[in-house]
Design a binder for this molecule. Structure first.
Ligand code: ZN
Length: 146
């Protein structure tokens, strides 16, 4: 059997004669990676699988209520990274919610961007000076982790 590059580590390996279509070498790291990719693809394409996994995880979490609290206590860097990433996750979630909401909500939110600021009068606005301002959403600053 000819050798071919492993889809995980890239090193050349000899596929087992019983499995000529083998794409990963036998190393435990590559086999773990193969399973991880398979599960990821399955979650993205199979709603039943995804739902089943979510249910199993929820059941496990219910039986181990202190696991994540304890994990975060023992891994402060993880906790800090998570805290810094949360605003971005919240923003993505808000974006998704916003996309589902009606026009009124969309018009009342101000997206980040470049805006012209000008005095609000009834005079001829074209003759007046205008300021260019940049509006950005402000979120809680994060301390560097590590
Ligand atoms: Zn490999």
């Amino acid at each position: 059997m000819q050798s071919k590059p492993c889809a995980g580590c890239g090193k050349l390996f000899h596929p087992r004669p019983q499995t000529p279509g083998q794409t990963y070498c036998a190393s435990s790291a590559c086999q773990r990676e193969r399973r991880r990719r398979w599960q990821q693809a399955r979650r993205q394409t199979d709603p039943d699988y995804r739902e089943n996994q979510a249910r199993a995880q929820a059941a496990w979490a219910a039986q181990h209520p202190d696991y994540w609290r304890e994990y975060q206590r023992l891994h402060p860097a993880y906790r800090e990274r998570n805290r810094c990433l949360q605003p971005a996750r919240d923003a993505r979630r808000a974006q998704r919610v916003l996309a589902k909401m009606d026009v009124w909500t969309r018009e009342t939110s101000v997206p980040s961007g470049l805006y012209r600021l000008s005095p609000a009068t009834r005079d001829d606005l074209a003759k007046m000076d205008a300021w260019m301002v940049r509006i950005t959403t402000v979120s809680r600053p994060c301390a560097p982790s590590g």
